[in-house]
Write a protein that binds this ligand. Structure first.
Ligand SMILES: [Mg+2]
Length: 262
């Protein structure tokens, strides 16, 4: 039997950039009693709290249950676990176990190349940005391009690049100047850029090490498992993977798994 359920986040357990819905929180809470649960995504730590942890706490997840939740932040280049002992949830009880940040010179190179490419192609949507929002964000272990910023509406995001063509064009241009870096198309408007080797394969290898498991112990859920997608490195590692179209598929699969195991 699998010991670990690992998940991509955006469009696998939620609608991109929003908290997981209560029905997903309920079933994930059930899973915390049966498996180690490992979300692994390009998001920042704070987003993991908003999107995953707070909804779990809202459906009653206890400290003992949260100890089976492992947050693999920024594609698993950072890892956090919960150390709270008392019954009441304590948001300060998350401990960073490791962190592999980008070098400052790489941050500058990546930021510049993304902005130049998007401007050249007419995809630098500065005028659509909410005040204080930004298109290119330093997530420490990776740089993320979000065409419409972080706070744009879901509908606008879905409409911006449904066939990935805009992002593929931006990536192609960036590759001409910085060929060795990792470019991944994720979510609805995002491109994640990281140093060579810093993709979900890096995160999964560290997950195996930290949890003391092998690839056969893990079942992975993702919506971007096709070649070039940000879940594809997990497929390539030979980890058993379930491809979903949305969190509804994931909900269906998880209810089945919990039903069989319980
Ligand atoms: Mg996804």
């Amino acid at each position: 039997m699998k010991k670990v359920l690992a998940f991509d986040v955006d469009q696998t357990v939620n609608v991109a950039k929003t908290p997981i819905p209560p029905e997903i929180a309920e079933v994930l809470r059930g899973c915390l009693r049966l498996f180690e649960i490992c979300p692994i995504s390009g998001q920042k730590f704070e987003q993991f709290l908003i999107q995953i942890v707070d909804p779990l706490v809202a459906v009653g997840a206890t400290s003992d249950e949260l100890k089976h939740l492992h947050l693999f932040v920024a594609q698993g280049t950072q890892y956090y676990k919960y150390t709270g002992d008392v019954d009441k949830y304590d948001a300060d009880a998350w401990r960073q176990v490791y962190n592999y940040p980008l070098k400052e010179e790489d941050v500058v190179k990546i930021t510049t190349v993304l902005e130049d490419a998007a401007r050249d192609l007419g995809y630098w949507e500065e005028d659509q940005l909410a005040e204080g929002d930004e298109i290119v964000e330093n997530r420490l272990s990776q740089i993320t391009f979000s065409a419409l910023g972080q706070t744009a509406g879901t509908e606008a995001k879905y409409a911006w690049d449904p066939d990935h063509k805009k992002r593929e064009a931006i990536v192609a241009k960036c590759r001409e100047k910085l060929p060795d870096f990792l470019y991944e198309i994720g979510g609805t408007t995002s491109i994640n850029v990281a140093a060579p080797g810093m993709n979900k394969e890096f995160g999964m290898k560290h997950l195996f090490e930290e949890l003391g498991v092998g690839k056969d112990d893990v079942l992975y859920f993702g919506d971007m498992t096709q070649p070039g997608g940000n879940d594809y490195p997990v497929v390539q590692m030979g980890v058993k993977t379930i491809t979903v179209r949305s969190h509804e598929d994931t909900l269906y699969a998880l209810r089945g798994i919990v039903g069989v195991v319980e």
